[in-house]
Design a protein around this ligand. Structure first.
Ligand code: HEC
Length: 118
């Protein structure tokens, strides 16, 4: 008798796990689109500077002093790395999205670099 109860429980747990498998990824994906999560990367300031020179100074100035876009010399006071990652990935106002131009790891590295400018 107890065996039946145990296997019944086991079956229910399996069914629950299968349901979770199908429902959870969907929700995660939606969350990802609305608020991209920054990948964890090793900080590489030299590479960040290179990426910024190639992609950002046309609008933000060669000393990040600002131009078409705002001054980023003390961007760390305004936004943390996650927020900068989101702005650069998605774009904002006149600022274009970089998610098709730069790898997530490159954007993350730049975001960390800028967030330390205070
Ligand atoms: C085509 C011009 C342009 C380029 C290229 C550009 N930006 Fe911007 N950026 C802007 C503008 C304009 C804003 C202000 C957006 C707004 O109105 O909200 C901005 C805003 C920002 C902000 C938010 C500043 C704040 O404190 O509100 C960050 C951070 C930023 N840019 C980083 C970058 C980085 C990093 C790059 C290179 C990968 C880059 N931008 C390339 C035009 C640009």
């Amino acid at each position: 008798m107890q065996k039946w109860i145990m296997s019944g429980l086991f079956f229910a747990a399996c069914a629950f796990a299968v349901i979770l498998m199908f429902t959870l990824p969907g929700r995660e994906q939606v969350a990802k689109q609305n608020n991209p999560t920054m990948p964890t990367v090793e900080a590489d300031p030299a590479k960040a500077e290179q990426t910024v020179k190639a992609n950002c100074i046309s609008c933000h100035g060669d000393q990040l002093q600002g131009g078409v876009g705002p001054n980023l010399q003390q961007e760390g006071n305004n936004h943390n790395a996650d927020q900068i990652y989101s702005i650069v990935s998605k774009g904002r106002g006149q600022m274009p999205s970089f998610k098709d131009k730069l790898a997530p790891e490159e954007i993350a590295n730049v975001a960390m670099w800028l967030s330390e400018k205070k």
